[in-house]
Ligand binder design. Structure first.
Ligand code: ATP
Ligand code: MG
Length: 323
């Protein structure tokens, strides 16, 4: 099975990215053909500082490699190193109805949060469709926030195939229900661009402060705590197996639990969980040459696949005027 997914270098990696997508990607590479990339063209919709984008891209590469992305087994690259996807975006744009994009929640959510309402942000799902279709992605592991975008990609592929003849593979989203949307410290979806993240590679003090500032309700200590829509409970659960989750549930439902204590425990757990990755990450962060080398090789592999689909699309729409 060909698995494909990307992450934007729009800020620092957080628990939502890790559990929603990256951890699953790394696990998939054992038995599947994995395509993983850093979508810097997409990040241009919210990052308007060149230096920030450059640094974010390098950092995202170090993150992914530290977390277990194996560039020998998988294809790992930076989106803009295969610029053919932007051409494909144009070819797809002409079979993408305005209504399809107007219904996209992510666009509206981002505009409400202050991200500029540009044409780029509006057509984000078309570029995303091009990314998936250019590489023949069959399954796309994502968080729930991206479900609609994958449906849009599938709709666009169907429409293209129906208009010009069989060209693209129809992709399917792959969402883990248990961790579909990881909440941020303010209780809303954790997002790099919303400033509500718990960054997995933050230094100890920053991480502690973030965890201690997770929103909690005002239930008195000597009363049972709610577990529905309880951000602290949801984040803590990410690190537990089913039996441990049951225990946590009991603790919340038993009067006497202090949120402050639970936060301290959670901080300790996050810090320990990512310790080995943190160490590994230092190695990559200090070896820019090696990281660049890996990304270049990845881009070469990725381009081979993309050129197959992009050339087929060019031909099928009639751009080969000499034929
Ligand atoms: P931005 O705010 O710039 O959109 P983001 O934090 O949403 O950034 P993306 O790069 O857009 O991160 O998404 C990378 C992957 O992480 C996607 O598969 C997305 O579904 C997943 N993801 C992002 N946030 C969460 C979350 N809170 N819970 C689960 N998965 C998430
Ligand atoms: Mg996002």
């Amino acid at each position: 099975m060909r698995i494909l997914s990307g992450i934007q270098p729009s800020g620092k990696l957080h628990l939502g990215n890790y559990f929603g997508m990256m951890k699953r990607m790394v696990d998939y590479q054992e038995n599947n053909e994995l395509y993983a990339f850093i979508v810097n063209y997409h990040a241009l919709t919210s990052v308007f500082d060149a230096k920030k984008l450059q640094e974010g891209t390098f950092n995202a590469a170090c993150d992914f490699l530290a977390l277990g992305m194996d560039p020998e087994k998988s294809t790992f690259w930076v989106q803009s190193d295969v610029p053919e996807v932007t051409e494909l975006t144009w070819l797809l744009s002409n079979v993408t109805s305005m209504g399809l994009l107007e219904r996209a929640h992510a666009y509206k959510d981002k505009v409400v949060k202050g991200i500029p309402a540009t044409h780029g942000l509006f057509s984000y799902p078309v570029l995303m469709a091009a990314d998936i279709l250019a590489y023949g992605g069959e399954r796309v592991p994502v968080g729930k926030d991206q479900k609609q975008h994958i449906e849009i990609a599938r709709d666009i592929a169907e429409r293209f195939n129906a208009t010009y003849g069989e060209t693209f593979v129809l992709p399917e989203e792959d969402i883990e229900e248990e961790i579909a949307t990881v909440p941020g410290i303010d209780g809303q979806k954790m997002s790099k661009s919303y400033g509500n993240t718990i960054e997995i590679f933050a230094d100890e003090e920053t991480l502690r402060k973030k965890v201690m500032s997770i929103v909690t309700d005002t239930t008195p200590v000597d009363e049972p705590k709610p577990i529905e829509n309880n951000t602290l409970y949801e984040i803590y659960s990410l690190f537990l197996n089913p039996a441990e989750k049951e225990e946590l549930k009991d603790r919340f439902l038993t009067p006497g639990l202090k949120y402050g204590e639970v936060k301290k425990e959670l901080f300790g757990m996050i810090w320990e969980y990512f310790r080995p990755y943190r160490e590994k990450r230092k190695g990559y962060a200090n070896d820019r040459g090696e990281v660049m080398n890996i990304l270049q090789k990845g881009a070469n592999k990725a381009r081979e696949t993309a050129s197959h689909y992009v050339q087929l699309a060019r031909k099928n729409v009639g751009l080969y005027y000499w034929d």
